[in-house]
Design a protein around this ligand. Sequence first.
Ligand code: ADP
Ligand code: MG
Length: 695
Amino acid sequence: MASLQLDRMPLTRLKGVGPALQKKFQQLGIINVQDLLFHLPLRYEDRTKINPVNTARLGMTVQLEGEIASSNIQFGRRRSLHCVLTDGKGVISLRFFHFTAAQKDSLAPGTHIRCYGEVRRGRAGLEIYHPEYKVLEPGKEIPIADSLTPIYPTTEGIQQGRLRSVIGQALKLLDQAKDLSDYLPKSLVEKFGLPSLIESIQLIHSPPLDANMDWSETGGLPGQRRLAFEELLAHRLCMRQFKRRSEAQLAPRLQVDKKLASVFLDSLPFQLTKAQESAIQEIQGDLGRPFPMLRLLQGDVGSGKTVVAAMTALVAIASGYQVAIMAPTEILAEQHLANFSHWFSPLGIEPGWLSGKSKGKVREQTLGQLASGEIKLIIGTHALFQDDVEFARLGLVIIDEQHRFGVHQRLSLRDKASKADIHPHQLVMTATPIPRTLAMSAYADLDSSIINELPPGRTPVNTVLISNERRDEVVARIEQACRGGSQAYWVCTLIEESESLQAQAAEATFEQLGRQLATLQVGLVHGRMKPKDKQAVMRAFKQGRIQLLVATTVIEVGVDVPNASLMVIENPERLGLAQLHQLRGRVGRGSTQSHCLLLYQTPLSNNGKKRLTVMRESTDGFYIAEKDLELRGPGQVLGTQQTGLMTFRVADIGRDASLLDSVKAASESITQNHPEIIDPLIRRWIGERIHFVNV
Ligand code: ADP
Ligand code: MG
């Protein structure tokens, strides 16, 4: 049976997969049967028991069986189908916001169903929104699952049930074939005590009931560790390969102009910190070499990375090359524009500007000046690297707040910025402390400098937790502070990643606060506003004409208004600690004592309380990032969402830190002794998702 080649077998060989479904699988990167085996569960659900209805509690995920007692359509803020389910011992509500007429009929009173979902507090008490359910026909047994039910990442048009059945078939084939290329050399497998690949794959798709899914402490399922190891290894190999390739590339050698540098430094109202100086030293060392610098500059919020960027830019400009500075948001890019204009105009360098909103004649003119080399320094958003943007002599690219851009973007940008055989140097800056797991994979192509001290004279921000029941007190406090001459932020957050919902929430808050604080000038800024309006508001805030700025998290990165000393963050429990830390970094920039009020929604979960307490107790970004990882609930895949950097299928940036040293050693050994397995490993784990691997 060993002739069953799973990596050659098309999906259409499986029952129930026709050309249409095959296409949909393609969207998930699944081409053949082997790919199915490496499509790994996101999490598992325990559907091996039926819970009595009266034991259902808020927050529990339960499987219930019972009879529909009533079923009707309710009108309110949103139309919904409301069913009451009873098993004779207790009652609970099921609510559907999306439902068809057929579905309503299938849930008529008297129907018996089995359903599964999370218990929440709804209009009618305890409710389950959109439970998964099956109608139970009299006399027909539907067996209960006897192992954990895997939940897979999916795409529109592929139901979980379908996915499970197709992957189940693939597992059966694996069982027969017992053949899955294990690329790792035996010596490595033995050295690191890794279990077999086939067993690992089988285990992860159908773990036994008593499996310990949280292997942060215990080591958990050996299969999961094996796969996480292989995945991290593939990512690291991929990035290292990229680094080696770029070291073989040509970059302009840039010479430091000592005079220009000292004129610039003398014009600053402060002295560089030791940490800033040594980062500049490291960077200048790189710039003098004939291959591209690829350096990550990490430094906590407010540590002064911008000046380091300016010193770097001066080296390139003085050597006759152009510099591009890219920021993730317009607001941040505009702020850089203001800073660099202020700093560089006296040196005879006028920065240019290019964003997605630059249009028509102005844009054309800028493009012309970039192509002719007239503009030495250009500042903007990702629009800087659209296809029609041409540089005469681009020598350096600086990317700020890199964690907002993905690895893809960073690498493809490096391609775009290259011209003929000359590749620009690259400096990547981030204020988000990067967990080692991520640093060793997503950033394994970069060298790193760290600014580990803040400029002197900063007073740490005082952070307070306040329940939203005391909102009025908070409003009074803002009034008092602003009357006393300081300025404040009010940050609105929403779980939804939708800019328009965020904007709506901020608008509502803006109106309300404007009414409550009639004596103050209140401003509003959010991502949906026209750039001109945004700029005007930010300028007014910077100049003190606006005292209270209501904002969405668009102000998270980079905004610098030293007179602002009070920040209110609504619903802070919804945000990651790293993000809260970024937000809070907007205050505490002057010499006066600043305050950050975390206005949380009651009731606050235990974990929520712990997380916010970390914010109260520390202002150290690295410590906060570590705690953030530690306090995440098990199984919560925050890694990717939080950083936007890299998607892992099984590895977890918090949990798998202990694997890193072995991964690093294995990656070196493979590069030395088994370079032939690098490509297959990368293809298996990263595949088509990283097109730049082959550039
Ligand atoms: P970040 O690292 O968060 O980007 P910035 O570069 O915006 O920080 O710097 C924060 C503030 O600190 C700015 O107002 C900047 O002018 C100021 N600053 C930078 N370096 C120093 C220094 N060595 N001493 C005093 N202030 C400094
Ligand atoms: Mg910054």
